[in-house]
Design a binder for this molecule. Structure first.
Ligand code: SAH
Ligand code: SF4
Ligand code: F3S
Length: 446
């Protein structure tokens, strides 16, 4: 066989990923499986023999974008009828029938519980050329581990548990990701040791609610034990985790984080709303008073900690007064940053049935007011760092400007500086901050 022929037979895949870090990690596990059957990743979608769209359905806006993307793929199928187009992940889980019915160019629909089956499903499609639907209704247990190809070289995601049992009334995730399933401690630790040996410096432990880690395991281990064990792995410089539910964050964890060597001083604690009435209707399981105390405890124990949050505006029945409570709340907490969302009605969730669904215009208007207040606070907090020297883990070139490097502080703030040539990727450097914006700090190497 000539070289040309071999080249021609090389199989290429392209993934498009929407949604949260868990989904990004799932895409790495799709790539890991595909590598075992000779597929290589390509950036060029036109060249791909296999295209996988890994989907999210947490908000309608995400869904709309994804349906548009799936529609666009029709053209590629026309040009190359042999291309395999797959729709996987959360939206595939939720809308399997609709996707099959609407898009004849899609050959694979694979749900969130079936990700480990990719190799057998692709083989099946390659031999039969028939579309395949693989969407289990629920996960009986933890899926078998599959190989992963990590996207970066410095920072890696490590899932510690799948699913969510919280059933916040607005949220679709428990329905598309199923009940909580924790990975055994040993599997997590050996993956992190391997990442350390491979040169990774930062790991982020992933779960919808990391504080529930271990509750479903026979062994007596919890999230605190896991953090302490991971903190012992000395090849890793920084440990992060996402997401911790405010209800389950406690003094014991705060103390462990304070006394740890590697766990970063960043607390992402999604509050969702600053009104007790709304929090109750959201089924969040805490009050604003409880949350304020939690923030006090964190700031007392770890004064330089950063605290970030998620907020939803326009929850069903949210009155102007309740919205103002949220505004007041964020003014007094003073978050480093907040991710703000318009409430999106997700059918099948309790809140979708609540009375008082608000018009889009009201939601947008509140979102704008909320963002204006928060942006000002973020900017004020970031400005306090001007002329300070911060420790930054070098991640790589800035996306928008090749002459600059990008990294993060332990508190998860993005820092840009002019490349000097002295820095290497994965190294800790010191940057003196010159200017501050809402989402980035700029400075120079010292
Ligand atoms: N498990 C994580 C993240 C879940 S999704 C947590 O509990 O924090 C990420 C964010 O999306 C949530 O924190 C919430 O702010 C937002 N979100 C979830 N469902 C939503 C909905 N129906 N409409 C608008 N925002 C939503
Ligand atoms: Fe959704 Fe709540 Fe679970 Fe987060 S904790 S995934 S918001 S149900
Ligand atoms: Fe979206 Fe699924 Fe994550 S719905 S936010 S990709 S868990």
């Amino acid at each position: 066989m000539g070289l040309d022929q071999i080249k021609q037979e090389k199989k290429l895949f392209h993934t498009i990923t929407f949604g949260c870090q868990m989904n990004l990690n799932d895409s790495e596990r799709l790539a890991g499986q595909l590598r075992t059957i000779g597929y290589e990743a390509t950036e060029d979608i036109e060249q791909a023999n296999l295209i996988l769209i890994n989907t999210c359905c947490v908000r309608e806006s995400a869904e709309k974008k994804i349906y548009g993307k799936i529609g666009e793929m029709k053209r590629l199928k026309r040009v190359n009828p042999n291309v395999i187009i797959g729709v996987v992940g959360c939206m595939a889980q939720k809308d399997k029938e609709k996707i099959v019915k609407k898009f004849s160019h899609v050959s694979l629909v694979m749900g969130t519980y079936n990700i480990h089956q990719l190799v057998e499903l692709i083989r099946q499609i390659e031999s039969s050329r028939e579309p395949v639907l693989a969407v289990w209704d629920q996960a009986e247990q933890l899926a078998p581990e599959v190989p992963t190809v990590h996207k970066g070289k410095i920072s890696a995601w490590v899932p510690i548990m799948y699913g969510c049992n919280n059933f916040c009334t607005y949220c679709i995730v428990p329905y598309v990701r199923g009940r909580e399933r924790s990975r055994p401690l040993e599997n997590i630790l050996s993956e992190i040791r391997q990442l350390g040996a491979d040169g990774f410096k930062e790991i982020t432990l992933l779960g919808q609610n990391v504080n529930s880690y271990g509750k479903d395991l026979a062994s007596q281990v919890d999230f605190a034990n896991l953090l302490q064990a991971v903190d012992q792995i000395d090849t890793i410089t920084r440990i992060r985790y996402m997401t911790s539910h405010p209800r389950d964050m406690n003094d014991r964890l705060i103390t462990i984080i304070k006394n740890s060597k590697r766990i970063c001083e960043h607390f992402h604690l999604p509050v969702q709303a600053g009104s007790d009435a709304i929090l109750a209707r959201m089924n969040r399981g805490y009050t604003t008073q409880y949350y304020r105390q939690l923030v006090d405890h964190i700031r007392t124990a770890i004064p330089n900690a950063s605290i970030t949050t998620d907020l939803i505006v326009g929850f069903p029945g949210e009155t102007e007064g309740e919205f103002l409570e949220t505004l007041e709340f964020i003014k007094t907490i003073r978050y480093d940053a907040a991710y703000t969302f318009l409430y999106s009605q997700r059918s099948g969730t309790p809140a979708a049935q609540y009375e008082g669904q608000l018009p889009l215009a009201t939601k947008k208007e509140r979102l704008n007011r909320l963002m204006a207040v928060q942006n000002e606070i973020s900017l004020e907090i970031n400005k306090q760092l001007i002329n300070e020297v911060v420790e930054v883990l070098v991640e790589g070139p800035s996306k928008n400007d090749e002459s600059k490097l990008m990294g993060r502080t332990r508190t998860n703030k993005i820092v840009l500086w002019d490349k000097t040539g002295k820095e290497s990727i994965g190294e800790l450097v010191h940057v003196k901050i010159d200017t501050a914006q809402t989402w980035v700090l700029k400075g120079h190497l010292v």
